[in-house]
Design a protein around this ligand. Sequence first.
Ligand code: ADP
Ligand code: AMP
Length: 216
Amino acid sequence: MKLILLGPPGAGKGTQCKRVVDRYNLAHLSSGDILRAERAAGSELGRKAQSYMDSGGLVPDDLIIDMMIAAIKKAPANGYVLDGFPRTVVQAEGLDKALTAAGEKIDAIVELKVPDSAILSRMTGRRSCPVCGQVYHVVNLKPKVDGQCDKGCGALVQRKDDTPDVVDHRLKTYHEQTAAVVGYYENKYPILPINADQEIDRVTADMFKGLDDLAR
Ligand code: ADP
Ligand code: AMP
């Protein structure tokens, strides 16, 4: 199964992806996680991406397309979920071109729908494990021990781009450049709209139901 998970920043893409990849045995290809790993490794790509990420803008399309196509090529045959990519119509076109050349296609687009009013508190309360990538929330999804990853990895961190100012810019960027990607996929691939403005487990249940129906 090859899926694309779309939705605004803070919609719950990373949270739901972890559950989807476990259930269907897929690879989780998150452009944000890959960029953060490149930055941590001090690579040229990481250095180039840094200023865009810190301000809440988008990293240039050519860098992202090359990075994600390379990740897709390395993904196991069972499939993958793309999280955070494509974020522009140019990226979606670049992905299509590469998939067509490889004789592949996407099975479905999952669209997590959530109003802007729910986003700020989700993102400012987000805490992540820098080791395993597990995502928590100070209110909505607390770790068992305050500030520590449940999997024993150590201390959780708050992302530097989860401050109110940067969140505001990321939301604007989403509406200006990313929202149109859903329209690009209409009539191309099946789109599964999911109400992501409900409890995390309810969102998961709705997604699993839709994806199980699709897999039948
Ligand atoms: P994205 O990957 O789309 O940016 P995340 O999965 O990292 O979003 O979720 C952002 C924050 O919101 C996290 O702290 C997460 O625990 C929390 N969260 C995710 N889904 C929900 C939900 N349905 N209701 C409340 N909080 C949520
Ligand atoms: P995320 O973890 O998905 O919230 O992404 C964090 C940041 O990484 C974004 O605010 C962007 O600066 C950058 N980024 C992630 N994915 C992309 C993408 N597909 N295109 C451009 N920039 C991206």
